[in-house]
Design a binder for this molecule. Structure first.
Ligand SMILES: [Zn+2]
Ligand SMILES: [Zn+2]
Length: 311
C-alpha cells in the first residue's frame, strides 16, 4: 500500500491498481503519472478533498472571516505605501485635501470597527450554516468547473443585492443622511477608505450581501474564502483612486476604479450604483453614467462625464 504524500485524499485505490501493475516501483513514480494525467485531463473525482495551506491551523469558516481582513490591510497598505503617483491619480492631492472632510486616522478607525463587527457577524453565520462534515475538518469540495459556476453566481447575486440596497440608500433621505453619507465623505477615494462605511451599512451591504451570495451559490466555506478575498480586493481596487497601467481589473471589468470614482463625485452621485463586479444593473435600469478618461495638464487623469441624452 502506498504511504507517501500521493496517498492523500483517497488515492490508495489508484496506487493499489498500480501496485498490481508495477510491483516494487516507488510510490511517487507510480502515482505521479496519475496526478499529472488527472490534472491535464481535468478529470475530477466527483468530490475531491484538497489541502489548503491553513488546514490544521484554522477552519475554513474562521479563514473566511479572517482572510478578507488580512487581505484588506495588505492590499490597501500596498497602495498606500506606493511612492508619489501623481501621473496616475484620478484627482490631485490638493483636491483630496480640499474635498475630503475626514482625516485618514478616522478612516482607519472606522474601517477597523466595521471589520470587527463584520467578523462577529460572519463567524456567527458560518456557525449557523456549517454542516457536520465541514465541522469535522473534512472539506468536500466540488469539481473546479462547479466551483467556477458558483463563483459567477455569487458575483451576480452580490452585485444584485448591492445595487438595490445601495440605490435605495441614495433615494431614502434618512438612510443617506444617517448611514450612507459616511462612505461619501471620501469624495476623492483612496484604497484604505474602501470599507469606510457606517457599521450598519457594512453589515447590510457587505455582510448580508456576502451571506446571501454564499447561500444562493451553494459554495463551500472553503470556496467562499477565495470569493470573499476576491470581492475585498476588487472593492479596494475600485477605491484606489489610481489609473495605473497594466491594472488587470481595469482590463477585465468595465466597473472599475474610474467607474466608481464617477459615483463618488457630486454630479455622479445618482449614477453608477453597481458594485463591486459588473455594471449590468446600471445599464438595465438607466443609472449608467458614461465617461471618458482625459489627461489633466498638471498630470494624472480625470473621469469626464458624458451625460446620457435621455436624462
Ligand atoms: Zn453611494
Ligand atoms: Zn465607494
Amino acid at each position: 500500500m502506498c504511504s507517501s504524500l500521493w496517498d492523500f485524499a483517497g488515492r490508495e485505490k489508484d496506487c493499489l491498481i498500480f501496485d498490481q501493475l508495477f510491483g516494487q516501483a516507488s510510490c511517487v513514480v507510480r502515482c505521479f503519472p496519475i496526478e499529472l494525467a488527472l490534472s491535464l485531463l481535468q478529470v475530477n473525482r466527483s468530490r475531491v478533498e484538497k489541502m489548503a495551506f491553513w488546514d490544521g491551523y484554522l477552519s475554513d469558516e474562521s479563514m473566511g472571516t479572517i482572510a478578507p481582513i488580512v487581505i484588506y490591510w495588505v492590499y490597501a497598505g500596498f497602495y498606500q505605501l506606493l511612492p508619489s503617483m501623481d501621473n496616475y491619480r484620478l484627482h490631485t492631492r490638493r483636491e483630496e485635501d480640499e474635498k475630503n472632510p475626514v482625516h485618514i486616522a478616522a478612516v482607519v478607525r472606522g474601517v477597523l470597527l466595521q471589520q470587527l463587527l463584520q467578523a462577529i457577524a460572519a463567524q456567527s453565520l458560518f456557525l449557523l450554516t456549517s454542516n457536520t462534515s465541514s465541522m469535522s475538518g473534512i472539506t468536500a469540495q466540488p469539481s473546479i468547473p462547479i466551483q467556477i459556476m458558483q463563483f459567477i453566481v455569487a458575483m451576480l447575486v452580490m452585485d444584485t443585492w448591492q445595487y438595490f440596497v445601495h440605490r435605495y440608500m441614495h433615494h431614502n433621505k434618512f438612510l443617506y443622511r444617517h448611514i450612507h453619507s459616511q462612505h461619501h465623505k471620501l469624495v476623492v477615494t483612496y484604497a484604505i477608505g474602501a470599507l469606510y462605511n457606517h457599521p450598519l451599512e457594512g453589515l447590510l451591504l457587505d455582510t448580508v450581501g456576502g451571506a446571501i451570495s454564499f447561500l444562493v451559490s451553494g459554495m463551500s466555506a472553503r470556496t467562499s474564502v477565495y470569493f470573499f478575498c476576491f470581492a475585498t480586493i476588487k472593492t479596494i481596487d475600485d477605491h484606489c483612486g489610481l489609473w495605473l497601467p497594466g491594472n488587470i481589473f481595469h482590463m477585465f471589468f468595465k466597473n472599475n476604479t474610474a467607474y466608481h470614482d464617477v459615483h463618488h463625485q457630486f454630479q455622479g452621485l445618482k449614477y453608477n450604483y453597481s458594485q463591486p463586479f459588473f455594471s449590468i444593473w446600471d445599464r438595465i435600469l438607466g443609472t449608467h453614467m458614461p465617461y471618458e478618461l482625459v489627461k489633466r495638464p498638471e498630470g494624472g487623469y480625470e473621469a469626464k462625464f458624458i451625460k446620457p441624452k435621455d436624462h
